[in-house]
Design a protein. Structure first.
Length: 486
């Protein structure tokens, strides 16, 4: 039997719950929120909102504790980002660096989530979402206070985009306090805009001029930046929320903008009494768990914007990367330990033989010369065994020092790297470290060389390769002779 899924969406005006089993909607409920409980997408009165959630769950007899949580797109930032081809281990750091350069808010004030959308020989494309920490913390803690466990957090524009099967489309969602515009181009939302209504815009006729103006502006902005693939008149505008059942405003939008305008329909089985248009956000969140319901055009369908702080703690990347080295070291260490143990046993046996021989010597004084030769031979064997033990002990110490040295070299090579430069690969062989990377110019490479040289760790630093590339930056290859230091 299909699992029950509980979805919850909270905005400034209301909260909406929905329960599904498989492709069928089983329960739905909505409760209004008093003014100042939630303002500009930030939960101000956590206890009061948590109580509202509990009351709604109880009234609908919803006992499910795991929840998929929806978050308004207001004040959230999204960007498709193109990066050079990088190892997986370096991709997360590259995304944060790119966020620092392209986002208008410092990354320290945001929770940044991302999903790879394309991996090619010459580039890696990712879709990045940045959520204000204040917004996410208040929302998740409120839901936790209501006794629910958040497993996935979805951005409202992405949830709505998941409902659309076309890879290229325009989505307009109109709610009481805000409206969203999403342009889907080949499965990638670009751009996403969430615009708050002014306080005096209380009716749809009051809101419609602003919606038309912003929609026209967004389409023109996209076309000016994508002249090779502009949005032609065949691209559909899908409307949800307050516009979904308004045929005359939809026709006016179509006439003015030159695009067909249609209400967005639910792919799930909804009861006839259910106002499915009000719950398309919840339905979009459910589709994340039902990939076979319909073929969505969204390329970031599984992007979870729930901050890492609220997820189960995974094994750290450092520990994961350390496992191969540790396994190799242990693989070398075990035979050595076993050999030393065997040698120790041999030494003990030899000592026993010597003791026995000494006793026999005292008893057989007449055979002193022969027994003395036997003792000398056994003592020689003992010396060889002890020398072997010492050699293997030295070998083990050398392996441990070498392992520490490699870790130190790698850490220094990464820490000295300027923030504007990138390492594309690192190769270590014997006492040589080869670094391949890219930089905006020569100044960053010289600064990197100076930092490496001033560290005093490397016996020799060789610039093996440096050239300017078509993009205007520089590619470089450095060879570092480590000298085997720690």
């Amino acid at each position: 039997m299909a699992e029950k899924l509980l979805t919850l969406y909270i905005d400034d005006a209301s909260l909406r719950l929905m329960v599904t089993r498989g492709q069928q909607v089983r329960k739905w409920a909505e409760a209004p929120l008093e003014p100042e409980m939630v303002q500009n997408n930030v939960v101000i009165k956590k206890a009061e909102v948590a109580t509202k959630i509990k009351q709604l769950l109880k009234a609908q007899r919803m006992k499910t504790k795991k929840v998929i949580l929806g978050l308004s797109g207001l004040h959230c930032l999204t960007r498709p980002v193109a990066l050079p081809p990088l190892p997986k281990a370096m991709l997360a750091e590259a995304v944060v660096r790119e966020a620092r350069s392209v986002l208008p808010v410092p990354p320290e004030q945001l929770y940044i989530s991302w999903q790879t959308t394309l991996t090619a020989e010459d580039k890696t494309e990712v879709f990045m979402v940045a959520v204000p920490r204040k917004t996410a913390d208040a929302l998740v803690k409120t839901v936790q206070q209501a006794g629910l466990k958040v497993e996935f957090m979805d951005l409202k524009p992405l949830a709505l985009a998941r409902v659309v099967s076309e890879g290229t489309a325009i989505i307009v969602d109109v709610q009481s306090t805000e409206f969203d515009i999403v342009i889907m181009a080949e499965g990638i939302p670009q751009p996403i805009r969430t615009v708050p209504f002014p306080a005096e815009a209380v009716s749809l006729p009051d809101k419609l001029p602003m919606i038309k103006k912003e929609l026209d502006r967004t389409i023109k902005f996209y076309n000016s930046n994508n002249q090779e693939k502009p949005l032609d008149g065949s691209v559909t505008i899908f409307v949800t929320g307050e516009l979904a059942d308004e045929s005359e405003p939809c026709q006016a939008l179509s006439d003015e903008l030159g695009h067909p305008v249609l209400p967005l329909s639910s792919p799930l089985e909804c009861p006839e009494s259910m106002p499915s248009g009000r719950y398309l956000i919840n339905i979009g969140m459910v589709l994340k768990e039902l990939p076979l319901v319909r073929e969505t055009g969204l390329a970031v369908a599984d992007l979870n914007v729930l901050p890492e702080d609220y997820r189960p703690k995974p094994i750290s990347l450092t520990r994961v990367l350390a496992l191969p080295s540790a396994a190799l070291f242990i693989g070398l260490l075990i035979p050595l330990v076993m050999f030393i143990q065997e040698t120790s046993v041999d030494i003990a046996v030899t000592r026993a033989k010597i003791d026995n021989t000494n006793q026999m010597t005292q008893q057989r004084l007449s055979q002193r010369e022969g027994l003395a030769a036997d003792v000398a031979a056994l003592e020689a064997e003992l010396a060889v065994a002890e020398a072997s033990q010492a050699n293997f002990t030295v070998a083990m110490d050398s392996l441990e020092r070498q392992n520490n040295g490699i870790n130190g070299d790698l850490g220094l090579a990464v820490s000295c790297l300027p923030s504007t430069a990138n390492l594309t690969s690192i190769t270590h062989a014997s006492q040589t470290l080869t670094l391949n990377g890219s930089s905006p110019g020569e100044a960053e490479i010289l600064a990197y060389l100076s930092s490496l040289d001033n560290s005093g760790r490397f016996a020799e630093i060789i610039v093996s390769h440096i050239r300017r590339v078509a993009s205007g930056g520089m590619d470089f290859t450095l060879v570092l002779r480590t000298g085997g230091g720690e």
